[in-house]
Design a binder for this molecule. Structure first.
Ligand code: UDP
Length: 264
C-alpha cells in the first residue's frame, strides 16, 4: 500500500507557531557527535529534527584512479546517499540524479574551507549516508561532513555550517522540515564559513520579494551562527574528554609506579 501524505491546509497555526510547535525563527532540536566510526579517519553523526545522518572521512590518501590526481592540491570527493528506508516512500537504491547533484553542491560548499594545497595528488573522500530524511538533508549533511573533516584532523580555514530558510504562509521561517520544504512558498539552503563570513552554498526554490530575501538571509545567518557554536562545542568536548582520559591514564600509571617503588 502506498503511503499517502496528508497535505496541510496551513503551515503556520493560528497561535503563530509552526505545525511542529516551533517559532518561525527556531531551529529544530540538534544533536552532533564526532568520532562515531572506528574505521574512518574522521566521522560524525547528526540529528537535526528527524534527519539522521552519518558522515565518514577517509584521507588524505592515495588517489584512485590516478589520472584524476591534481598536481597542486588534494581532490575532495563527497558522496551523498539516501538509504532506501530513509523516506516514507521507499527510495530506489540506484544512484539518482538528485544524489549526484547534492554530492556536487556539498563538495562545493566544503571545498573553500579545506587547505587542499597541503596534500597534492591525494584524495579526501567524504561519504554521507542519510539514514532518515525530514527536509534540509543537504544542510545537515554539510554540518555532518564539516565535523567529520575536523574530526579527521584535516586542517580547515573554518568550520562550514549550513541551514535552510524559507517562506510558509507568507512568513519567513528558519530550518524547514519536510512538510515546509514541500508545501511552503520558498526554500533557500545556505552554508557559510561563519567566522570568515564566506557563503559557500546559496540555492533557492520558490519566490521571495527583495525584502523577504534580505530578511531570509539575515535569519539564515542567525541559524548558522547557532549551528556553528554547537559544532565548535561538540569538537571542544571531544578534545576535553580525550584530555581527561589521558590524565586518568597517567594518574593510574603514576599510582602503579608508586606501588612498584614501594614494593622494591
Ligand atoms: N525526499 C523524499 N524522497 C526522495 C528525496 C527526498 O521523500 O527521494 C524528501 C526528504 O525528506 C528530503 C525532502 O524531500 O529531505 C526535501 O528534499 P530536497 O531535494 O529539497 O533536499 P533537502 O531539503 O533534503 O536538502
Amino acid at each position: 500500500m502506498l503511503f499517502e501524505e496528508k497535505i496541510p491546509e496551513k503551515l503556520i497555526r493560528n497561535d503563530g507557531l509552526r505545525l511542529d510547535g516551533r517559532k518561525i525563527d527556531e531551529l529544530r532540536p540538534i544533536k552532533f557527535e564526532v568520532g562515531v566510526l572506528s574505521q574512518a579517519d574522521g566521522s560524525a553523526y547528526v540529528e537535526q529534527g528527524r534527519n539522521k545522518i552519518i558522515a565518514a572521512v577517509y584521507g588524505p590518501r592515495e588517489l584512485h584512479p590516478k589520472h584524476l590526481a591534481l598536481q597542486d592540491r588534494a581532490l575532495l570527493r563527497c558522496l551523498y546517499r539516501m538509504a532506501t528506508f530513509s523516506v516514507s516512500e521507499r527510495k530506489s537504491p540506484a544512484p539518482s540524479r538528485r544524489e549526484a547533484e547534492l554530492s556536487t553542491i556539498i563538495t562545493q560548499a566544503l571545498q573553500p574551507a579545506i587547505f587542499l594545497e597541503y596534500y597534492p595528488r591525494t584524495s579526501i573522500d567524504v561519504y554521507i549516508e542519510i539514514i532518515e530524511a525530514d527536509g534540509g538533508t543537504r544542510c545537515a549533511s554539510i554540518n555532518a561532513a564539516s565535523l567529520a573533516l575536523a574530526d579527521a584532523g584535516i586542517p580547515l580555514r573554518d568550520l562550514v555550517a549550513a541551514c535552510a530558510v524559507g517562506k510558509a504562509d507568507g512568513q519567513i521561517i528558519l530550518d524547514l522540515n519536510d512538510l515546509e520544504d514541500k508545501y511552503g512558498e520558498a526554500d533557500m539552503p545556505m552554508a557559510m564559513l561563519y567566522r570568515r563570513g564566506d557563503v559557500t552554498l546559496l540555492q533557492m526554490d520558490g519566490q521571495f520579494t527583495i525584502d523577504e530575501f534580505n530578511k531570509a538571509l539575515e535569519l539564515g545567518k542567525t541559524g548558522i551562527s547557532k549551528i556553528y557554536q554547537l559544532q565548535k562545542e561538540t569538537l571542544r568536548n571531544k578534545y576535553l574528554s580525550i584530555r581527561d582520559e589521558v590524565a586518568d591514564e597517567s594518574e593510574v600509571r603514576i599510582e602503579i609506579s608508586k606501588e612498584v617503588e614501594e614494593d622494591e
